[in-house]
Design a binder for this molecule. Structure first.
Ligand code: 5GP
Length: 379
C-alpha cells in the first residue's frame, strides 16, 4: 500500500540526469522483449538485481550484455525508449537526460546512426503523445572500445547536436571502469568540448582511477558520474576534491546502483553525505532503474530516510538539479517557474508527514554478495 511519503515523493517534480537507456528497461518492457525472442532463453533473473541482492561491478556489466541481446533492432529501441520515457514521466520526472551507447547490429541492419535517430524519434513521438516530460539525449562512449570508436562517436554526436533541434546536448563516458584508460580518450573528449557538446563523465567509480580522474578533471567535464572514490576518506585525494570544488562540477549520485553494485558498502556510507555536507551540487539519479529495480522517487526517499532530509531539503535538492542540467537557459527558467508553481501544492500535501523515517521498508537487509548465475552471454 502507498504511504503518504510514497505519494509525496512521486508528486515531487524531479529532474533525472543520469539514466542509461538499456539499463532503465522496466520489468513490463522486459516481458515484451523476452516474448519477442524466446530462442534466447533469457529470464528476468538475468536482467535485474532485485531487492536484497547485490552483485559485483563485473557481474553488473554482464547483465548489460544479456540486455543488449534482447534489444538489437530499430523496433526494439523505439519501444524501449518510448516505454522508459513514459515511465519516468509517470514517476514525476519533468526533465530527463537519457544516455545510450549507439551500436551496430549487422544481424538486424541497425547502424549507430539509425540507433541515435531511433532514440530521437522515440523522444519526438512521446512529445507528440503529450508526455509531460522534456527529454534530451547524451550519446555515450563505451570506454572499452578505445580511442578510434570514441572519436567516431564524438563525430556522430556532433552531427546530431547540429541537426536534432536541441535534443542531443552532450556526450557521456561510461562502460566498465576496469577496462581501458581515459587518457586514450582525451582527444575525442576535447573535440566534443570544443564543438559545444556538454560532457558527463563517469569518474572514480573504482579506487584505482585517481590518475585518470586528475586528467579528466582538467578537461573539465560539465558533470561527474558517481565520483565514488574522489574524496580522501575513501582513498581519493584533496587535490581531486579541490578540482571538483573549484570548478563547481556537479555530481550525479546513484545510491541503489552503488550499493547493489558493491562499490559502496551501505546506504549510510554513500558519498552523498560527504558532498552534501559541503553544499556541493549533488543530483540524485537512478543510473539503471530496470537493472537495479528502483525509480527516482525511491532514490529521493532513500536519501531522505538515510540522511535525515526534511521536505524542504528534498525540494531544494530536486530544484537544484535544474541548474545542473544541460538544458538551454530559457528551458531552465521555465522549469524553475514550474517548480515555483508546484511548490505550495506539493509541500502542503502532507505537511506533517515525516519523509525521512521509513528505514525498514526502504533498506531491505542486503546479504553479502553471492555470485548469481547469469548465463546466456555471447557478446
Ligand atoms: P546503453 O548505453 O546500452 O543504453 O546502457 C547500458 C550501458 O551503459 C552499459 O553497457 C555500460 O556501458 C553503461 N553503464 C550503465 N551503468 C553503468 C555504470 O554504473 N557505470 C558505468 N561505468 N557504465 C554504466
Amino acid at each position: 500500500m502507498e504511504t503518504e511519503a510514497d505519494i509525496f515523493f512521486r508528486k515531487l517534480p524531479k529532474v533525472e540526469l543520469h539514466a542509461h537507456l538499456n539499463g532503465s528497461v522496466s520489468f513490463e518492457t522486459m516481458e515484451k522483449l523476452i516474448a519477442r525472442k524466446p530462442h534466447l532463453n533469457i529470464e528476468h533473473s538475468m536482467t535485474a538485481i532485485r531487492s536484497g541482492q547485490r552483485r559485483t561491478l563485473d557481474e553488473c556489466f554482464q547483465v548489460f550484455k544479456v540486455i543488449h541481446q534482447l534489444i538489437d533492432s530499430e523496433e526494439d529501441i523505439l519501444m524501449v525508449a518510448k516505454d522508459v520515457i513514459h515511465e519516468f514521466a509517470a514517476d514525476g520526472v519533468k526533465y530527463l537526460e537519457l544516455r545510450s551507447t549507439p551500436r551496430n547490429e549487422p544481424k538486424t541492419g541497425l547502424s549507430k546512426r539509425i540507433y541515435i535517430e531511433t532514440v530521437i524519434e522515440a523522444i519526438r513521438q512521446c512529445k507528440h503523445e503529450g508526455a509531460d516530460i522534456d527529454v534530451r539525449f547524451l550519446v555515450a562512449i563505451d570506454r572499452r572500445n578505445g580511442p578510434e570508436v570514441a572519436m567516431e562517436t564524438t563525430k556522430l554526436a556532433e552531427d546530431f547536436m547540429l541537426s536534432s533541434d536541441g535534443v542531443v546536448v552532450g556526450l557521456d563516458l561510461s562502460g566498465d571502469p576496469t577496462v581501458g584508460n581515459g587518457k586514450d580518450l582525451l582527444l575525442a573528449l576535447q573535440r566534443a568540448r570544443n564543438c559545444g557538446l556538454k560532457l558527463a563523465l563517469h569518474m572514480s567509480e573504482i579506487p584505482s582511477q585517481k590518475e585518470e580522474s586528475e586528467l579528466l578533471l582538467d578537461l573539465p567535464p560539465d558533470r561527474i558520474g558517481h565520483g565514488t572514490f574522489l574524496h580522501p576518506e575513501v582513498g581519493g585525494s584533496d587535490s581531486l576534491v579541490d578540482k571538483v570544488c573549484k570548478q563547481n562540477i556537479p555530481l550525479e549520485l546513484c545510491l541503489t546502483s552503488n550499493v547493489k553494485g558493491l562499490t559502496v558498502p551501505s546506504y549510510d556510507e554513500h558519498h552523498f553525505q560527504y558532498w552534501y555536507k559541503r553544499r556541493h551540487p549533488c543530483v540524485l539519479c537512478t543510473d539503471d532503474k530496470g537493472v537495479f529495480c528502483t525509480d527516482l522517487s525511491q532514490e529521493y526517499q532513500l536519501a531522505a530516510s538515510t540522511f535525515g532530509l526534511s521536505q524542504e531539503d528534498v525540494w531544494a535538492l530536486s530544484q537544484q538539479a535544474i541548474q545542473c542540467s544541460f538544458a538551454p537557459e530559457p528551458v531552465k527558467q521555465q522549469l524553475n517557474q514550474r517548480w515555483a508553481k508546484l511548490r505550495p501544492e506539493v509541500l502542503s500535501l502532507f505537511p506533517s508527514c515525516t519523509v525521512n523515517q521509513d528505514f525498514s521498508r526502504l533498506h531491505p537487509k542486503l546479504p553479502d554478495s553471492a555470485p548469481v548465475q547469469i548465463g546466456a552471454i555471447s557478446e
